[in-house]
Design a protein around this ligand. Structure first.
Ligand SMILES: Cc1cc2nc3c(=O)[nH]c(=O)nc-3n(C[C@H](O)[C@H](O)[C@H](O)COP(=O)(O)O)c2cc1C
Length: 276
């Protein structure tokens, strides 16, 4: 049966197991009293968070929603080995050495395409992903920050917070890009200020992005200094063309690296509590 969600159950396949009904987080499905197949309870439509769990949980691929054919979904048996996932996490490193060249277009597209899978609070999915796709644009960002920082350090006397940052100034003056680390690319993730979880969604997206990028052999770096530079120099932030009502959450540098790591680090144990 079709409705505004293009919710469709293939009667010849549905085994009436009720999994879609049980898994609906907003309880908007039930067995149709007449037809005995799952249907959308009239009047609950606006509760839908568009999560598509009903499509994903159906064991026989009998359910379509929003015109999505279950046959087109990635199969769950593509799940990688847990040890491989752990290895990816353990061997993830912060890269501060990059080749001065663009990532190949295929890899860049793969990275962009992955972002549709990242979770967001209340399945809001209103994040804005600003990519610096071209190393020459990153070079413009580098120059703007280097010039801007030099101008700031010409103040006399120096404000105390700047005095504490003189190390960075010296390094920038000597031509070392301590802010953007010579990276050819940057991803800035911005969230709608009035979305359900604007503080955490960009961080989740970048965490997924980092692991997927490193699995593809692409170096990444969470970058607080780049974030500070974006906030300090509005002309840079303006280049990201954030939509109205959006705020940059965090940023990550990335690109092909000219260094590789030959083993994982050996971190200290973390503090773990069992709450009783
Ligand atoms: C939120 C966050 C911000 C960071 N900002 C910077 C930064 O501005 N510059 C930098 O060189 N590294 C930055 N890092 C990288 C950390 O310094 C790095 O995680 C640490 O050196 C340990 O290395 P590892 O990530 O390879 O384990 C940042 C990391 C995180 C998680």
């Amino acid at each position: 049966m079709m409705n505004q969600f293009q919710f469709f159950v293939d009667d010849s396949r549905c085994v009436k197991c009720g999994a879609c009904i049980r898994d609906c987080a907003v309880e908007m499905l039930e067995f149709d009293p007449d037809r005995e197949f799952p249907h959308v309870i009239p009047g609950t439509e606006e509760n839908c968070t568009h999560c598509q769990h009903c499509l994903a949980v159906c064991p026989v691929g009998a359910l379509e929603i929003f015109g999505r054919d279950p046959e087109e979904s990635l199969p769950p048996d593509s799940n990688p080995d847990p040890e491989e996932i752990l290895s990816l996490i353990a061997n993830r490193r912060s890269f501060r050495n990059y080749r001065h060249e663009n990532l190949d277009a295929v890899t860049l597209d793969k990275l962009k395409d992955m972002l549709k899978f990242v979770p967001t609070g209340v399945n809001d999915h209103s994040l804005y992903f600003a990519f610096v796709d071209d190393v020459t644009v990153m070079d413009e960002f580098r120059k703007c920050v280097s010039d801007g920082v030099s101008a700031m350090f010409r103040q006399d006397p120096l404000p105390p917070f700047l005095a504490r940052m003189s190390r960075y100034h010296k390094q920038l003056r000597s031509g070392k890009d301590v802010i953007f680390r010579g990276a050819p690319h940057m991803l800035v993730v911005a969230a709608k200020v009035d979305s359900p979880t604007p503080a955490v969604d960009p961080v989740i997206a970048l965490s997924y992005f980092e692991l997927y990028a490193q699995s593809l052999g692409v170096g990444t770096l969470w970058c607080g200094l780049a974030m500070a530079a974006l906030n300090e120099f509005p002309e840079l932030m303006a280049r990201l063309q954030l939509p109205d009502g959006y705020r940059a959450g965090y940023c990550m540098l990335f690109g092909p690296s000219d260094l590789c790591y030959h083993r994982a680090v050996q971190p200290d144990p973390v503090r773990i509590a069992s709450v009783r």
